[in-house]
Design a protein around this ligand. Structure first.
Ligand SMILES: [Zn+2]
Length: 174
């Protein structure tokens, strides 16, 4: 952080990032109000999604965690749960237990919204270097077979993605 940025950060609590978000982005007002994060990596795609610099199909949000759809889903509704702070691994997250509770809540909503009991989860952590848990709903004849085939990504339209996110958000409110 530069001297000027540090000064402004201390004075206003607003962190100056190397590439400020566009004024036209709908999330900009949220971004401005947001408390600066202690752990943040400007090169991390998840950090950028959390800041609203990269649009996402948002599923869930609370003070510490967010969830959004995987942009190259293995099945419709494939969701990624992340801490808002940048941690490398899930075991670096101070509220790791709470993260799993959030994941459970989303998985339960997924069962209701998508009409399947079969939800698989992955905690690998190698795709993006920001702690994350993946939730993937499974369906009969979904093209994966007995176990998820990571090469079998689905091509969904923007409308289909938004519809899946909307169904999950709605189920989470019930
Ligand atoms: Zn990050």
């Amino acid at each position: 952080m530069s001297m000027r940025a540090r000064w402004r950060y201390q004075r206003t609590g607003v962190r100056i990032s190397p590439t400020p978000p566009s004024e036209n982005m709908p999330e900009y007002s949220i971004y401005k109000q947001k408390q600066p994060r202690e752990h943040y990596d400007p090169n991390c795609i998840f950090c950028r999604i959390i800041e609203g610099k990269i649009p996402s199909f948002h599923v869930y949000k609370d003070d510490s965690f967010e969830a959004f759809l995987d942009i190259t889903p293995l099945n419709p509704g494939h969701t990624i749960v992340v801490p808002k702070e940048h941690y490398r691994w899930v075991w670096d997250v101070p509220e790791a237990g709470k993260m799993f509770e959030v994941t459970r809540k989303i998985a339960k909503a997924m069962q209701t919204a998508l009409g399947t009991e079969w939800i698989v989860e992955f905690v690998i952590g190698e795709a993006v270097e920001h702690a994350h848990i993946q939730l993937i709903p499974r369906f009969a004849d979904d093209g994966h077979g007995g176990a998820i085939n990571f090469a079998a990504r689905k091509q969904l339209s923007k409308e289909q993605m938004e519809q899946a996110a909307e169904m999950l958000r709605k189920a989470l409110q019930e």
